[in-house]
Unconditional design. Structure first.
Length: 523
């Protein structure tokens, strides 16, 4: 059996090929086996779940317990045997917060690879959220307004805020059901008191991490065991027939509150008898529901929609690829233009800004101290600076930054992505400032890049203030104390006064970089 790390490909997926995805979580380990068909997509062949509680004791010791590691390796050995019987040709296996945070996490990964030849890879919270989002986006329509996707694991809570199906921002918080249960001893103390304290802590953290503007939504989609068990209990309490699948079930905030109040009156032994609740989750369900309630209240959602699909499905989708061409081999400019289309951008305007910005760069960039790579950054930002308007116009420069930072389809290096995002942010309103965390974290040389490139972009954007592409060419002349910018219209006699005014208003950053006054006029 050929094993491959997630993200590594051995060519296009072969029709009929069987793939395995393993999610080594803090509470559960899950395997999903699926068969790929170009027409039908993925068909589930088998799935296996075990709950070795890998994170048990981690909050107190900072290490994976030896017995928990042995239980996890035994579970993975059984899953490997299932893969062999099912004819799986490729496996992707990832570990999340428990292994990621444990001091001996690398030792566990080594044991899995040496004993089982499973290529376990530890992923960060960012990739964990992306994989969960990929699965949810595959099964739900996210093209109307803002959606929040929540994945509660044993060790962490992964959150994504998306606008019309495009990720705007991601947050990872240490709010896993196992971790919080151990922190507040909710299985040993008076459950009501433990839940009250847990909710107060979660409420305070949500207020700090989730700004109201970026997270307010009517649509929350939840994946993970806490949400599927919530869905099953809600269905059972409604008197509806029991079903293994609760995909798409909606549970209101009031139902979650009522279930939480009801369950916290019980002992773990009594909770194991509750219809719809897995006995293995009876001791940690209070933490999961408490986090859910506080999240729904923070984002002002009336309900949560349960997704029966999660990280494993995201892994499988990553293995088969959702495009026929590897994005890494695609032209970044073409991908940027496609992204503008997805964001319903004004193509004529951004192409005009891009053209004028490059014209300015070619005339004064070298005199400003720009390097060759800054032309590339300017070109990308010229195309992408307005994508945030899909969220709202008022703060679209900030939304553009977030969308660019989180757009998987944009084939940028890590450095280019940050620089393009910041230059796009600074195309309007205030220029670069060390009060902004992302900019302040840059090394001094990259801060200088952002100042230079955003100065040129702001001027070019002002030169198409009316979004009419009326300006044909710009000519510049640099003197000891001034930069003269002379614009010529496409059509003789066309009025460029709006564009001259717009450029003058946005010349501040460039003037500061050049230490010269910028004078814009028609010629």
């Amino acid at each position: 059996m050929t094993l491959a790390l997630v993200g590594k490909r051995t060519g296009d997926p072969v029709p009929g090929e069987r793939l395995g995805a393993i999610d080594v979580g803090s509470n559960s380990i899950r395997l999903l086996v699926a068969e790929y068909d170009p027409a039908a997509g993925l068909t589930v062949i088998d799935e296996v779940k075990d709950q070795p509680r890998l994170a048990q004791g981690l909050a107190a010791t900072g290490r994976l317990d030896q017995a928990a590691m042995e239980r996890a390796i035994d579970a993975l050995r059984r899953m490997r045997e299932v893969c062999q019987r099912r004819g799986v040709k490729r496996i992707a296996a990832v570990a999340t917060s428990a292994v990621r945070e444990a001091a001996n996490g690398k030792e566990f990964v080594r044991l899995v690879r040496e004993q089982l030849d499973i290529p376990l890879k530890v992923i960060d919270g960012d990739l964990e959220a992306q994989l969960s989002f990929r699965s949810v986006a595959h099964h739900f329509r996210l093209d109307a307004g803002r959606s929040v996707i929540a994945d509660i694991g044993g060790g962490s809570l992964e959150l994504i805020s998306a606008v019309k199906g495009m990720v705007e921002t991601k947050v990872s918080l240490p709010f896993g059901a196992v971790r919080l249960t151990e922190m507040f001893h909710a299985d040993k103390r008076d459950p009501r008191k433990a839940v009250t304290e847990l909710r107060a802590m979660a409420r305070k953290q949500f207020r700090k991490e989730l700004s109201h503007r970026k997270w307010q939504t009517e649509t929350v989609i939840g994946s993970g065991g806490s949400f599927t068990n919530l869905g099953r209990m809600a269905v059972a309490r409604r008197g509806l027939p029991a079903s293994d699948s609760v995909h798409g079930v909606s549970v209101s905030v009031s139902e979650v509150e009522q279930l939480l109040e009801w369950l916290e009156t019980m002992t773990p032994e009594r909770r194991r008898q509750v219809a719809g609740l897995s006995p293995h989750r009876a001791d940690i369900i209070l933490a999961g529901l408490a986090v859910t309630v506080e999240l729904l209240e923070r984002v002002e959602a009336r309900e949560v929609i349960v997704s029966a699909f999660g990280l494993r499905e995201g892994l499988l989708l990553a293995m088969i690829g959702e495009e026929t061409v590897d994005p890494k081999q695609q032209d970044p400019l073409r991908l940027a233009r496609e992204f503008v289309e997805r964001c319903q951008g004004d193509r004529r305007h951004v192409e005009q800004v891009r053209r004028l910005a490059l014209m300015l760069f070619d005339q004064v960039g070298e005199r400003m101290g720009c390097g060759p790579d800054e032309r590339r950054i300017l070109e990308y930002a010229g195309l992408l600076h307005d994508v945030g308007q899909i969220v709202s116009y008022r703060q679209h420069h900030k939304h553009s930054q977030q969308l660019i930072l989180n757009a998987d389809r944009l084939n940028f290096s890590a450095r280019d992505r940050v620089l393009v995002a910041l230059v796009s942010r600074y195309h309007r309103k205030k220029g670069p400032s060390k009060k902004h965390d992302l900019f302040a974290q840059l090394p001094a040389e990259d801060q200088a890049v952002v100042r230079r490139v955003s100065g040129l972009l702001r001027l070019a954007d002002g030169l198409d203030r009316g979004h009419t592409a009326v300006v044909d060419t710009v000519r510049t002349r640099l003197t000891a104390d001034k930069l003269f910018v002379t614009v010529a219209p496409r059509l003789a006699g066309a009025d460029c006064s709006l564009e001259v005014w717009g450029a003058e208003r946005k010349a501040d950053v460039l003037a500061k970089v050049l230490e010269r006054e910028v004078v814009v006029k028609t010629g």
